[in-house]
Design a protein around this ligand. Structure first.
Ligand code: AMP
Length: 182
């Protein structure tokens, strides 16, 4: 499985825009729309992820709403595997299972279709999102995958906000790979 060089990481990092105080004061929002809007960078990222995951027997890619859909769907099409959306409540039309998780203030919830992995026990699933911070969103997503009897072979993030410790904590549940660490 391949990792990027320091130069390649810097190249990708420089395509991601930082927006201070969004969506609230004190948060530096990592805006990946500038990466998506840079054809060479988006292609490079997709090729990197394809080379990392093409020989691991991935059967499904699960993307977390909503930026995980973009990277996940592009990679799924490239690898020739199914794409599964993990969504906020009341968005998925068929029967779902749910997992609640804690936010800084309050509780949120994610859902997945019950037949997302076609009831195959041990289906090999790669989980993708743009960024891991506290890890609550990703942890709930891995739990949903496991509740359906599938295996999360890796949880992959474009960016890991390292000091929040979410990625490190998630390794108790699943292997974790972050393309970039901040
Ligand atoms: P968490 O559950 O704390 O790991 O938060 C991860 C989710 O929140 C991901 O879906 C991210 O897209 C989003 N997120 C959290 N912090 C940021 C940030 N600083 N910049 C961009 N997205 C963020």
């Amino acid at each position: 499985m391949t990792n990027l060089t320091i130069q390649e990481k810097e190249y990708l990092l420089n395509t991601i825009r930082e927006i201070p105080d969004f969506p609230k004061p004190g948060i530096v929002f990592r805006d990946i729309t500038t990466l998506l809007n840079d054809p060479a960078a988006f292609k490079f990222l997709n090729e990197h992820l394809a080379s990392r995951y093409e020989n691991l027997g991935v059967e499904y890619i699960a993307g977390i709403e909503s930026r995980g859909f973009i990277f996940g769907a592009a990679l799924a099409a490239r690898l020739g595997v199914g794409f599964v959306p993990i969504r906020k409540p009341k968005k998925l039309p068929y029967t779902t299972i749910s997992q609640k998780y804690s936010l800084e203030y309050g509780v949120d919830e994610l859902q997945i279709h019950v037949d997302a992995f076609k009831n195959k026990q041990g289906a090999k699933v790669l989980l993708i999102d743009d960024l891991i911070a506290t890890g609550g969103t990703a942890k709930a997503s891995v739990e949903l995958i496991k509740q359906l009897g599938a295996e999360c072979i890796e949880a992959c993030f474009l960016i890991n906000l390292k000091e929040l410790g979410g990625a490190e904590n998630l390794t108790k549940l699943s292997p974790v790979y972050s393309v970039l660490e901040i």
